[in-house]
Design a protein around this ligand. Sequence first.
Ligand code: ADP
Length: 618
Amino acid sequence: MRILSGLARILIVCLFVILSHECLGADGPRQRSILVLEEADFRSPFYLEIFTGISAAAKQNGKIHTVIYGESLDLARFPGPDYEESLVGHLKSKYAQRQIDVIVSIGVASAKFLQTRKQEIWPTAPVVYGFVPDLPETRALFLPDTTAIFARVRPTHLLTAARAIVPDLTHVVLVGGAWKNPLVYGQWKQDFAAAMPGLEVTDLSDATLREVRKQVAALPARSAILTSAMYSDGEGTYYSPAAALARVAESANRPIVITSDTFLGRSGVGGFLLLPDSIGREAGEVAMRILDGEAPSSIPPFSGDNVKPIFDWRELQRWNVDEANLPAGSEVRFREPSFWERHYWHSTIVASVVLIQALMITALLRERRLRFLAEIEARQRMSELAHLNRRATVGEMSASIAHELNQPLAAILINAEAAQQVLRHPAPDLGEISEILDHIRRDDQRAAEVIHRLRSFLKRDPAERRELDLNATVGEVFRFLSVQALTHDVELATEPSPANIRVKADKIQLQQAILNLVVNAMDAVAHLPDDRRHVVGRTSLVDGNQALVSIADTGDGVLAEKMTEIFKPFFTTKAQGMGIGLSIAHTIVEAHGGRIWAENVPSGGAVFHVSLPLAAQR
Ligand code: ADP
């Protein structure tokens, strides 16, 4: 029995524990509730955003599920005691079985409703007032056990925005019912007078929409339209404020200052805008604090961060507004992306391609310049070599020079002796003496010419191009080499063109090039039997626009595979050769815009051709 009663006791204790746990679960806060009372219609964008803001705050903050009920009191469109009475009855029966943990009241009209009717419907629920201005009149509406978050666009806010948009503002037009409401813009007269004495004001807050549209179509230049929400006009026609604003904007000829960001993008320029989402969030956050246990009276009413200067970029452009004039901290929306932002990738690619191209062009130009400098340097070297080459040639030809000088000197000597003979005669023939002296002078000139030629051949002047006779120039070279040819037993001959061929060239350089070809030709035949030791220099006209000098020999010719190589510096097949004669000739001819090449002739021997543009062609 004792055991049984012990067991029963344990069972009873267990049952109690289980039951008490269950009971706790049933009594504990499984869910909480917020009732949002909006003065207007939930379906208008402004009030919808407030409700959405409250829901978002509840979702974010709550650990316990929070039910949100919402009621549109719609008091602006349904004024009067009958509607209010029916509304109270409806709400009483609707919420009779529902626990409301906190009421969020949105708008002044809603606050007023609660002031007189809350006791009947929700006597114990604490209240958070949102979207109410911080005015003594509104504070007077607050019931005990409540708190508030203020939100308000002041009349001066509208004026400040208007002056930013129209800097020389003298006139404003007031549109929308709120201008009549003492709890919204009611004090505007005093505020405007204090902020801008002398401001001309046209109050259309009572006018019909038709009348407003007519008036705003013909406003003077230095004016702006200051709007507040327009729910109905003087004729009792109800509008959604956004639709009313759009209708006003259609006919307005001046910029429109607005008060809510839900109106932005509907032809309002902007202004200090109410942010309904922030209004909702702030009220929702305070409601959650109350649900979490804070007493409403411990949260003093405060001003929310729910008004901000915001402007529509497109409207700023339309009215030529300088962004620098906008109030500090203004946000500009709907800014069109710049060309750069719109075409960022295209522009980047094009810019990169252009940059790469520019770099490549720079590199190529640099390369060209370096090559140009190198060419100048090479030419300089070549000119030095040419000079050496000439001196070497003259050295080699000293015999022929001596021979050329010898002739006139010997003739002078003979003539001088002859003159002496004549003078020894008692009656010297003065006519004969004069003739002898003439001969002496002519021979002296010949000797002087030889020396002059030699000196000019050796001088190292910078290139000096003149128009010259090609036949004579080639003839001089052959004459110059005639003694050397005689020494080596080579037959030199020229076949000048019957035409007068004129080229523009540096005579010394051109003669140097031809001389090198003739010397090579003589070398090529030097070892051959007598009957094959011939060198011929020809000049001719080709295609009517080119002069051609051809030096032909009867030697063994050039090795076919070396036809181009022989023009490279230091290429030689001769034991004593330097390998610079042809490369100098090549450089000189190219510098004159001509061409040099070699070919073997079938009958045996090589021909070196130099073609040059005619003087008239240049
Ligand atoms: P070098 O006469 O000192 O050798 P060049 O530059 O004047 O230097 O000539 C280069 C080479 O071209 C010669 O060594 C020779 O092999 C070839 N050459 C030049 N002229 C002739 C020619 N008329 N016949 C055959 N070979 C020639």
